[in-house]
Design a protein around this ligand. Sequence first.
Ligand SMILES: [Zn+2]
Ligand SMILES: [Zn+2]
Ligand SMILES: [Zn+2]
Length: 145
Amino acid sequence: MEERICVHCGCVIEGEGYWVGSDVLCDDCASELTAICCDCDERFYVADDCGDSWRFLCRSCYEGNYTRCERCCEAIRCDEAFRVSEGCYEGDDLCESCYTQRLRLCIATTTTTAMQSIMRTLLSLLSGWDLQRTTSVTCGILDTP
Ligand SMILES: [Zn+2]
Ligand SMILES: [Zn+2]
Ligand SMILES: [Zn+2]
């Protein structure tokens, strides 16, 4: 059998070795430097990884079939991306979980805004009452010759 030399560390490879295009790597180098694309099952260099925290994607698969969730930066298949048509994140592509969460986040934002306006109304009522009282007191002082 032809002797294979690891392109990375130069050691003699026992067995088949691991191929990345025309490069062949030994066990150690392969596990350290390469990964398997979850889409095409090809081995590629992790330096070219276009995936996310939980999967590896080679550049060509990513560029051909994937986009990135605007919110969590996860790689998503274009046909599984959710394009937001209105409201929060309008025009963005989101993954399914962010898309679902987005609705919750929007509600949360709306609720917060509603709460804030109630609080603001309450505060203005309170300060208005305070202001009136202060004014009348001031007037009282002013009215006193
Ligand atoms: Zn090696
Ligand atoms: Zn791939
Ligand atoms: Zn996401």
